[in-house]
Design a protein around this ligand. Structure first.
Ligand SMILES: CC(C)(COP(=O)(O)OP(=O)(O)OC[C@H]1O[C@@H](n2cnc3c(N)ncnc32)[C@H](O)[C@@H]1OP(=O)(O)O)[C@@H](O)C(=O)NCCC(=O)NCCS
Length: 219
């Protein structure tokens, strides 16, 4: 069985409305379909890696290959967990959480997108809350960081609601123009003060060594 050797395949997070899980082949197909249909207004580019500036077919294949590439590259010293997000059994988007040198730094970063029909309904807040719970409660994180361009009120809104504080800014080149990206940072106290979404974690214990967390310390 896959999960005997790759326990991440069984890892699941549950919020009142959502399930986040390691994507099955069918979940990946569904994510690819959402990506092909479009995840944002084509007049803007919200991602620092502009993977959506491509044809629908390329976006679909790129979505699948992104997950495969992160699976193949997984190391406890540099991991990226890309989870399929389901509402009512339907795949609605993708939530990523990653850690580099996590054993030492105890810091995670996040990234996410939803299919356009599912945006603006509170799903983005619940799915980020789910991986923050995994990070702080399950993996003993000290920090979570995020970033969004200043013209992305939805992503900045999710961070604000979940207690992140401003942490400076960076400039990026986007479609030949400068774009200001706001850095955001959340510590454990901020997470605890702002948490409103109940989250359950399933089958984390066998995964802990893959996250560079000692097996006794996770929940
Ligand atoms: C970013 C994203 C994941 C957020 O998820 P979401 O489900 O749309 O966000 P939520 O509905 O949870 O909204 C979070 C907050 O932002 C606000 N918000 C959402 N969309 C907004 C908009 N277009 N304009 C202004 N505020 C907005 C909400 O009102 C909410 O705050 P409130 O509850 O105080 O009203 C989603 O919009 C998305 O996939 N966008 C396209 C891809 C993207 O930008 N990814 C992130 C790149 S950094």
């Amino acid at each position: 069985m896959l999960s005997s050797h790759w326990p991440l395949a069984d890892l699941r997070l549950q919020t009142p409305d959502l399930e986040l899980r390691w994507p099955s082949p069918d979940d990946l197909g569904a994510l690819a379909g959402l990506a092909a249909a479009g995840v944002h207004d084509p007049d803007v580019q919200p991602f620092m890696v502009p993977w959506t500036d491509a044809t629908p077919e390329e976006r679909a294949r790129g979505t699948i290959q992104y997950h495969w590439s992160r699976w193949g590259a997984w190391k406890p010293s540099d991991w990226t967990l890309g989870l399929a997000v389901l509402r009512g059994g339907v795949v609605v988007g993708n939530q990523v959480v990653g850690g580099r040198d996590y054993a030492v730094l105890r810091e995670v970063n996040t990234g996410s997108w939803l299919g356009q029909p599912y945006q603006g309904q509170g799903i983005g807040t619940q799915m980020r809350a789910a991986v923050l719970h995994l990070a702080f409660d399950g993996l003993g994180a000290r920090w979570a960081i995020s970033a969004a361009f200043e013209d992305n009120p939805a992503s900045l809104g999710v961070s604000r609601k979940l207690g992140y504080r401003d942490d400076g800014f960076d400039w990026y080149q986007v479609r030949g123009r400068p774009a200001l990206s706001r850095r955001l940072r959340l510590d454990r106290a901020g997470w605890e003060a702002a948490r409103t979404v109940p989250v359950k974690i399933h089958d984390l214990q066998p995964c802990l060594p893959l996250f560079a967390v000692p097996a006794a310390s996770g929940s």
